[in-house]
Design a protein around this ligand. Structure first.
Ligand SMILES: Cc1cc2nc3c(=O)[nH]c(=O)nc-3n(C[C@H](O)[C@H](O)[C@H](O)COP(=O)(O)O)c2cc1C
Length: 180
């Protein structure tokens, strides 16, 4: 069975992206073992503490290594991705041993699916920039991606209700992740 690691780019309890994760999880059903990355203890990237890797970074790398694919659900912050997403991927881009740039990192070649719920641009800028970052660190960004433009009800009631079209887009992404 495939192992999928969900990474939620919002730390907020009532996060719409967290709600989107629940929809995706339901669509995945029994097709995968889904785990959630807890990254709140991952320190800010600092070259003074890279070697040996901090314990939280070791856990992060182990979780990524174990997964067949990552699936990032993230809000857009100022036409980009949240800073804590950058911090995670900066850690994952670094070697385990100082100066060892020959051994592939755990993110090298890793399949990554991207989705995001946000304002009317449906997180397009965020996903565009995240795709650029992930490609640079040699991850394998999967297509299609899903962008959800939240409707008025979501903003006023804090509850995300997907339209038929949005649900179909998410379903198509789920099918693409599981096509082989
Ligand atoms: C610092 C910051 C910057 C934001 N910039 C954008 C933006 O550029 N585009 C957008 O659609 N929403 C932006 N938002 C609004 C978020 O998309 C919105 O709050 C969304 O609900 C956050 O996702 P979450 O519900 O999963 O926490 C921003 C929010 C914050 C906190």
């Amino acid at each position: 069975m495939k192992k999928i690691l969900f990474i939620i780019g919002s730390l907020r309890e009532g996060s719409f992206n967290r709600q989107l994760v629940r929809e995706a999880k339901q669509m995945i059903g029994a097709r995968a073992e889904v785990t959630y990355l807890n990254y709140t203890d991952v320190p800010l990237i600092n070259q003074d503490i890279e070697f040996p890797e901090p314990e939280a970074v070791a856990r992060l790398r182990a979780a990524v290594k174990e997964a067949d694919a990552l699936w990032v659900f993230t809000p857009e912050y100022n036409f980009s991705y949240p800073g804590h997403m950058k911090n995670l991927f900066d850690w994952l881009s670094r070697p385990l041993v100082a100066g060892d740039y020959d051994t592939p990192t755990v993110i090298n070649g890793k399949k990554v699916a991207l989705s995001g719920a946000g304002g009317k641009m449906a997180t397009a800028k965020c996903r565009e920039k995240l795709t650029e970052l992930l490609t640079f660190i040699k991850a394998d960004v999967m297509e299609p991606q899903t962008g959800i433009a939240l409707n008025m009800e979501a903003w006023t009631e804090g509850r995300m209700i997907l339209s038929d079209e949005q649900r179909a887009a998410l379903k198509a992404q789920v099918e693409a992740v599981f096509k082989d």
